[in-house]
Design a protein around this ligand. Structure first.
Ligand SMILES: Nc1ncnc2c1ncn2[C@@H]1O[C@H](COP(=O)(O)OP(=O)(O)O)[C@@H](O)[C@H]1O
Ligand SMILES: [Mg+2]
Length: 341
């Protein structure tokens, strides 16, 4: 059997807080194949960033991996020393954050930082490193790359900065690129360009992309596989086509209904955006039963009492919802009468 590039198995992550240890990601499992784009989607606070930061152990001092394994090409990264992990970071696995200044140092030029990323992870030195840096800037669509090499990050626009960060991230041709809301801070046009850029780079190099977003428009554009998270748990997982065709979880249905572009495309001409009522619960005050039930239009007694397991729902599909688990309802949402959320 082929070893998947990334296999996260039953990962739970918590934080030490003033109110004790709080679990923010619970029993998360997912597998990413070479060249695949997996999108993790969910509202703010659902645990997307924490899950992705766990891969490179970037959780900060109070973060605790409570259980699970994170296997990269078969090796459990959780057993690696900090020194071993430092070699993997940036070389085999790179991460791009929402805010490009997180990755850039304001006191050094773009060229300096890019050359540093290159020389750290490859044998290229001197002139060769500089030429490769210029080439990378060109690849990410930065005009006049020779002159941008001499620029300081703050003199660039947000879009150009994020391109520079992407150039740094791909300098070592990582096998896994984690992108945590990489376009959220950018305007729509630039966002589309950056997504195209990531796609193009992936086609050229077969990189696996783990893309985190709260925007289903981005998911529709990019994903092979979609993982929907709610309050620290996976609530649905499917290939992108199936998910948009027939979302199973009421939460996924709500997210899709709240998507302006899909509404226009499907001819629902409603000015008012339908969104999911209520908010994600505080993780130290989770409701009993299904974590989504207080916001769910289909909530039944069982949903208030016990938490639903993540179950198989057809080919490569998973869903965590009692309505999908109960034997009586093969088409639960079609027969439930109400409009989705
Ligand atoms: N360093 C931390 N200490 C305590 N709680 C944290 C810390 N970082 C994140 N959290 C909590 O973990 C939960 C998940 O956060 P996060 O993964 O950032 O959500 P998302 O990326 O989906 O918006 C949130 O409730 C957040 O408040
Ligand atoms: Mg986040």
């Amino acid at each position: 059997m082929m070893v998947p590039l990334l296999a996260i198995d039953q990962l739970s992550v918590g934080f030490n807080t003033d109110n004790g240890e709080v679990t923010v990601v619970e029993s998360l499992s997912l597998t990413a194949k070479e060249g695949e784009t997996i999108c993790i989607v969910g509202e703010s606070g659902s645990g997307k960033s924490v899950a992705s930061q766990s891969i490179l152990r970037l959780l900060g001092e109070n973060g605790i991996i409570q259980q699970g394994e994170i296997r990269f090409k078969g090796d459990n990264l959780l057993n690696k020393s900090e020194k071993e992990l430092r070699l993997i970071r940036g070389r085999d696995i790179a991460i791009i954050f929402q805010e490009p200044m997180t990755a850039l140092n304001p006191v050094f030029t773009v060229g300096h930082q890019l050359r540093e990323a290159i020389t750290l992870h490859s044998k290229r030195k001197g002139r060769e490193a500089t030429e490769y840096a210029i080439d990378l800037l060109r690849q990410v669509g930065i005009p006049r790359p020779e002159s941008v090499m001499r620029d300081y990050p703050h003199t660039l626009s947000g879009g150009m900065r994020q391109r520079a960060v992407i150039a740094m991230a791909i300098a070592s041709k990582p096998q896994l690129l984690i992108a945590d809301e990489p376009t959220t801070a950018l305007d729509v046009t630039v966002q589309a360009q950056i997504l195209q850029l990531l796609k193009g780079l992936q086609e050229g190099s077969g990189t696996t992309i783990l893309l985190i977003t709260h925007d289903l428009g981005v998911v529709a554009e990019m994903a092979d596989t979609v993982v929907v998270m709610y309050a620290g748990q996976i609530v649905e997982q499917a290939d992108a086509g199936s998910l948009f065709d027939r979302p199973l979880h009421p939460y996924t249905q709500g997210l899709i209904h709240a998507m302006p572009s899909l509404q226009t495309r499907t001819g629902v001409n409603d000015e008012r955006l339908e969104s999911i009522p209520g908010t994600v619960p505080a993780l130290n005050r989770l409701p009993q039963g299904c974590r989504f039930h207080p916001r769910c239009a289909y909530s039944q007694d069982i949903c208030k009492q016990s938490s639903p397991p993540l179950v198989t729902a057809g080919d490569n599909r998973l869903v965590r919802c009692w309505l999908a688990s109960l034997p009586t309802s093969s088409e639960p949402y079609a027969t439930s009468g109400g409009q989705a959320l």
